[in-house]
Design a protein around this ligand. Structure first.
Ligand code: NDP
Length: 246
């Protein structure tokens, strides 16, 4: 039997990158998965089609993380159509760069809304449905912990805030047997941060193993946390960054 059989997962921002890899991996281990997206309808549908053609269950839901009602409705649809909600992966995120004198209030609000507020809203909605054994896993960033360059204060702030959220939720939900953890990827080859981008060499220069993560590397860690072997891990941070932060 696959270890995720009978489990249902919702992954925000699952049309591409780390979210899509996590959806594919959880489904490969037997979970039914829902993915949200905003613009990537075709990409989200391809993720679903790939899972379904491999014999799994999946659905794609358009839900902008900035829209509380849409996020709540996505969780309700997941429960109604896939039969529950065991695993929430708060993955959707944006990276807006610029030094403090280049930053606009709109960028501040957008970063907080998508990267920080939405995981709180999603957790609030999800815990009403989650049984004992549930998991909330949030994708942070190694930049939450160490800030090696200028111009990333908004992003670092939003990801650092998720660390406090994770620890607080772990305390709130521990008595219900729900585990809450945060995964901090370093440089990961996605549309957000291509391994051949113009900023990739400076990132590699920070690493002990100078190689970008594949999205699947992060998906594997998330899936382990979501599975039975992760049952004693809660309130914890997991850095997966080729040693950039050591
Ligand atoms: P991508 O830009 O490749 O993918 C982002 C995903 O988030 C897409 O599915 C996108 O959907 C979705 N998304 C963006 N905005 C919203 C929104 N408002 N509402 C709902 N979904 C949204 O990013 P990655 O896969 O690289 O990043 C995933 C997570 O990992 C993010 O939280 C990021 O901060 C974090 N991370 C990434 C690192 C990296 O090096 N790549 C390093 C550290 C952390 P759509 O296709 O519809 O736009």
């Amino acid at each position: 039997m696959q270890q995720m059989n009978g489990k249902v997962a919702l992954i925000t921002g699952g049309s591409r990158g780390i979210g899509a890899a996590t959806a594919r991996r959880l489904a490969a281990d037997g979970a039914s998965v829902a993915v949200t997206y905003v613009n990537g309808e075709g990409q989200a549908q391809s993720v679903v089609d790939e899972i379904v053609s491999a014999g799994g269950r999946a659905m794609a839901i358009r839900a902008d993380s900035r829209d509380d009602a849409a996020l709540e409705a996505a969780i309700e649809r997941t429960v109604a159509e896939l039969g529950g909600l065991d695993i929430l992966v708060n993955n959707a995120g944006i990276f807006l760069s610029g030094t403090i004198n280049e930053t606009t209030l709109e960028e501040l609000d957008r970063t907080i809304a998508i990267n920080l507020r939405a995981p709180v809203v999603a957790a609030m909605a999800a815990v009403g449905y989650m049984p004992e054994g549930g998991r909330i896993i949030t994708i942070g960033s190694n930049l939450a912990v160490r800030v090696p360059w200028s111009g990333i204060s908004l992003y670092a702030m939003s990801k650092a805030g998720l660390v406090g959220l994770t620890k607080g939720l772990a305390r709130d939900l521990g008595p219900r047997g729900i585990n809450v953890n945060i995964v901090h990827p370093g440089s990961t080859d996605t549309d957000m941060n291509p391994a051949d981008g113009e900023l990739s060499d400076p990132q590699r220069s920070l690493m002990a193993i100078p190689r970008y993560n594949e999205a699947d590397d992060v998906a594997g860690l998330v899936t382990w946390l979501a599975g039975p072997e992760g049952r004693s891990v809660t309130g914890a941070e997991f850095t997966i960054d080729g040693g950039a932060n050591i």
